[in-house]
Every structure is written in C-alpha cells, then in structure tokens.
Design a binder for this molecule. Structure first.
Ligand code: ADP
Ligand code: MG
Length: 263
C-alpha cells in the first residue's frame, strides 16, 4: 500500500523520501515485510502501531542505522538502498548529515556541556569553525528555549530539556528531514508538552518530519498523514481525521481502541 494517498501530493513536489518494497529480517524473523512509503517535502507523517510492529526498525533503515535487505530507499537525493544493497559507509555519513534523528532516550554525550553537544557534529562532520558552530548553536538553543542552559551539563537537565537539546543538536546539522522515534515516551507526563511544542514549531517552519509517537493529540493536530503499522506492514494510511474517525482496517480500530482506553 502507498503510505501517502496520491491526491495529497502537490503535483510538482517530488517525494523527499521514497521507499519501495522495503524488507528487513532479524534471523528468521521478518520485521519489515514490503513497505512502500512516500513523504513529500514539508510533510509531517506520524507513524503509529503496536509495540513490535517494526516502527523503530523502519526509521533506523531510513538513515542507514539498520541494513535493509530488500527494496529501495531514496532519501534526500541519495539512493540509500538499491534493491537491498546499501550505500558504502562514506556516502552514509553524507546522508546522515541530511537526515536528523531524535531517539526516545536522548543520547546526549554526558561528558559534554549542552553547547558542546550541539556544536560537535557541525565541527566534526560539516567542517564549521568554532565561532560559526557556536553562533548557530546559540540560535538553535534559543529556538528550543534553552539558551540559558548552554553551559549546563546534561545531567543537570530535566528529561524535557534533554530532549529539546537533542532536537537542537540534530538541527545543527541542517538536516532536510527529521526522524523522531517516540521522542516523548521516556518523559514524565508534565514534560511531554514542551517537547511537542518544539516539534510543532518545526512542522510549522516547514521541516519534513517522520514521527513515531503514541501522542494522538499531536498526530491529529500536526500530521498531514497518519500511517498505521502492524506486523511489519503498513495496514492503513491517510489524513488524521480519516484514520481516527473512520478507520477502515480492523487492526487500526483495535490499536486505536487499546491506546485510547489507556489515555
Ligand atoms: P516497534 O518500534 O514498533 O516497537 P521494533 O522495530 O523495535 O518495533 O521491533 C520489531 C521487531 O523486531 C520486534 O519483534 C523486535 O523484537 C525485533 N527486533 C528489533 N531489533 C532487533 C535486533 N537488533 N535483533 C533482533 N530482533 C530485533
Ligand atoms: Mg520502537
């Protein structure tokens, strides 16, 4: 199934992510079983689905953290996977500067200050000078509301603040696409809002985003398309009002019922 209904594409916008027949197994366990997926520039796609359905593996395949073994992935003008064959490591590094990723567990470097976390990538991978990297980092920290924490160490921050630094760090590479894997799942409930707020701001700035989340309010408000995964396949995709109000697939209904009864 095509993740993005064709009528939602502006006709002149080539997809920034185009995935066909993506397959991935761990041993005998097929985790992604023929995923077709398109994302147009500036689109926000929210991916939902039960635990173990392959959402994280899917995102990790999109920036080369997992080796896909079948299918084709075109992303940001790179053919990351060509009929199951992945780009070589050097080309992968170029791709990773264009595809930012934010994880559930923040993954900040604990021995580096906030601003050092944000400047490290641009200095090492983009060849930015210290001054350039720092002025860009300050701007990004202002954007996520944390300029006053520039010289703090990660351990002194709340989870919400850590995640906002992680977003600023990803943005410092000037990515064309941002992938989020359950960015608020590790947070205390009262800290979820500040991270979603930053993500909403990014979406309204026109960032292309693929977001795995259980935050249905965010999906309703921000997503152009909601994709439902189950058992390593996309079972249904469409605009949020359709997916939430009139899902056609029993597996979508079962998942939504389970999530909404927990809320
Ligand atoms: P989700 O993010 O939807 O919860 P995952 O992509 O994490 O799903 O996992 C999908 C399936 O793949 C699960 O059954 C999981 O146990 C399995 N899996 C994920 N990563 C690995 C791995 N590195 N080795 C073996 N199995 C894995
Ligand atoms: Mg996951």
């Amino acid at each position: 199934m095509n993740a993005v209904p064709q009528d939602r594409f502006p006709t002149d916008a080539a997809p920034i992510i185009r995935i066909r027949a993506l397959k991935k197994s761990f041993g005998a366990h097929t985790v992604l079983n023929g995923i077709d997926f398109d994302v147009a520039p500036s689109q926000v796609v929210v991916v939902i689905g039960p635990s173990g359905s392959g959402k994280s593996t899917f995102l990790r395949c999109c920036n080369g953290l997992e080796q896909a073994e079948g299918g084709t992935i075109d992303i940001c003008g790179h053919r990351l996977v060509d009929h199951g064959v992945m780009l070589k490591e050097r080309a992968l590094n170029a791709l990773r500067t264009e595809v930012g990723m934010v994880f559930q567990s923040f993954n900040l470097f604990p021995h580096l200050s906030v601003i050092e976390n944000v400047t490290l990538g641009p200095r090492k991978l983009r060849g930015a000078s210290k001054e350039q990297a720092q002025s860009c980092a300050i701007q990004l920290l202002e954007k996520v509301g944390l300029a006053h924490k520039a010289h703090a160490m990660p351990a002194s921050l709340s989870g919400g603040q850590k995640q906002r630094v992680a977003i600023a760090r990803a943005l410092a590479m000037r990515p064309r696409v941002m992938l989020f894997d359950e960015p608020t799942s590790a947070l205390d409930p009262e800290l979820v809002g500040e991270v979603l707020q930053v993500m909403k701001m990014l979406a309204s700035d026109g960032m292309t985003m693929v977001v795995v989340t259980h935050e249905m309010g965010f999906a309703r408000e921000v997503a152009d398309v909601v994709v439902v995964m189950d058992g390593g396949a996309i079972v249904e995709a469409g605009p949020p009002q359709t997916i939430f109000s009139a899902p056609t697939q029993p597996r979508t209904r079962a998942f939504l019922q389970a999530v909404l009864s927990r809320a």
